[in-house]
Design a protein around this ligand. Structure first.
Ligand SMILES: Cc1ncc(COP(=O)(O)O)c(C=O)c1O
Length: 395
């Protein structure tokens, strides 16, 4: 069978590939510690599950409007208004099957073949392939650890061409955990508006920040110039709802209408029961969110304490999400040449799953998720530390 060129060249998601390999080794009876996960290790809070059960018991099992139930659109708009004074209404929202689906649909609605989108690296694994599925090109703008993994307008300007249409931002970031400050974000937004670009701001980790840092949103820019900004959020990370597949987009009505047409001809509405759960989550009590955030904050401290003891490793302090992204490249050499071979070694030889930085556009790093129990985290980090200490100074 001939697979289309577009999909034939798609690589499997590296994070999912590592998780699958870790699962396979576990199934063989190996003791595997996985720090490769991109999801909270907590159950979905009870009141959210109860809303889903109620929906099911009430027979709420049919199609809903394509962009989402009106009450869910209101709840998502209400989220942006409550935290960011966005001035959003239901006409500015569409609900998709996770933030992932929303992001893909935004690219599909805004990019044509030949267009370019600026994607700062380290990036979330799916941005470049999603851009390229539209026939556009993802132009990678490297922001190494020494730059605290952040881009500035000069770095973007160096990659601007007459074909540039979009800029993709993700703060707090997966994989680095880095958060842009208000001033940094404003400088990037202003630069992008001056160049008539559309900024896609993926703010899916905005409730998970640490050390007193507040996630900064581009909602204020969207409120003033909606045609230049698209904001992505979702319930996966905030409410430990990865499996429910609920994400939402805040955008100008013109883009929402285009996404609605695309969704109407492809996936239609998100699961009706999940939508009811989403309403309960967004409009309900956020104390479980704070409990999870506090646990991540404690684990972040644990991880940073251990990683800071690793020889020849530099790890900018993550302020959000649930990842550390240490630069370990000084250990590359005879034993492992790059992040992929280091991660293969760690998984196969010491039973620890972490994701190669190459998958996120920075081969010098590895991604460590601390969305795991304290015990798993301590044991796994100790094992990685032992490998790095042993390999130190090897030719
Ligand atoms: C930065 C970022 N954006 C979007 C997503 C998509 O999440 P979901 O589709 O579960 O809402 C993820 C998930 O890992 C992510 O890390």
């Amino acid at each position: 069978m001939k697979i289309s060129r577009n999909t034939a060249r798609l690589k499997p998601s590296a994070t999912m590939a590592v998780s699958a390999r870790a699962q396979a080794l576990k199934a063989q009876g190996r003791h595997i510690l996985s720090l490769s996960v991109g999801e909270p290790d907590f159950p979905t809070p009870g009141h959210i599950c109860a809303a889903a059960k109620e929906a099911l018991d009430a027979g709420f099992t049919h199609y809903t409007p394509v962009p989402g139930l009106p009450e869910l659109l209101d709840a998502a708009a209400g989220y942006f208004n409550r935290f960011y004074d966005a001035g959003a209404s239901r006409d500015n929202i569409i609900v998709g099957n996770g933030g992932k689906h929303c992001i893909y649909n935004v690219f599909a609605c805004l990019l044509d073949p030949g267009d370019e989108a600026l994607v700062p690296a380290p990036y979330w694994v799916s941005y470049p392939p999603m851009v390229e599925l539209t026939g556009a090109t993802a132009v990678i703008v490297p922001a190494p650890a020494e730059k605290n993994f952040k881009v500035d307008p000069d770095m973007l300007e160096a990659h601007l061409t007459p074909r540039t249409r979009m800029l993709v931002l993700n703060s707090p970031s997966n994989p680095t955990g880095v958060c842009y400050t208000r001033a940094e974000l404003d400088a990037l937004a202003s630069w992008a508006v001056d160049r008539k670009l559309v900024v896609l701001s993926d703010e899916i980790y905005d409730r998970l920040t640490y050390g007193g840092v507040q996630a900064q949103s581009l909602c204020s820019w969207w409120k003033r110039i909606p045609e230049h900004f698209v904001i992505i959020n979702g319930l996966s990370k905030t409410f430990a709802m990865t499996g429910w597949r609920l994400g939402y987009t805040l955008a100008a009505p013109e883009l929402i209408k285009a996404m609605n047409r695309l969704q109407g001809q492809s996936t239609s509405n998100v699961c009706s029961i999940a939508q009811k759960a989403g309403v309960a989550a967004l409009n309900g009590d956020y104390s479980a969110v704070e409990t999870m955030r506090a646990a991540f904050e404690r684990r972040r401290a644990l991880a940073l304490r251990v990683i800071s003891g690793w020889p020849d490793v530099f790890c900018p302090e993550p302020e959000g999400a649930f990842y550390c992204f240490p630069d370990v490249h000084r250990h590359y050499g005879a034993a492992f040449a790059d992040s992929v071979s280091l991660c293969s070694y760690l998984l196969d030889e010491v039973g620890v799953a972490v994701v190669p930085g190459a998958a996120f556009g920075d081969d010098r790093c590895i991604r460590i998720s601390y969305a795991v129990s304290d015990d798993t985290l301590s044991e796994a980090l100790e094992k990685i530390g032992r490998v790095l200490s042993r390999e130190r100074g090897r030719p």
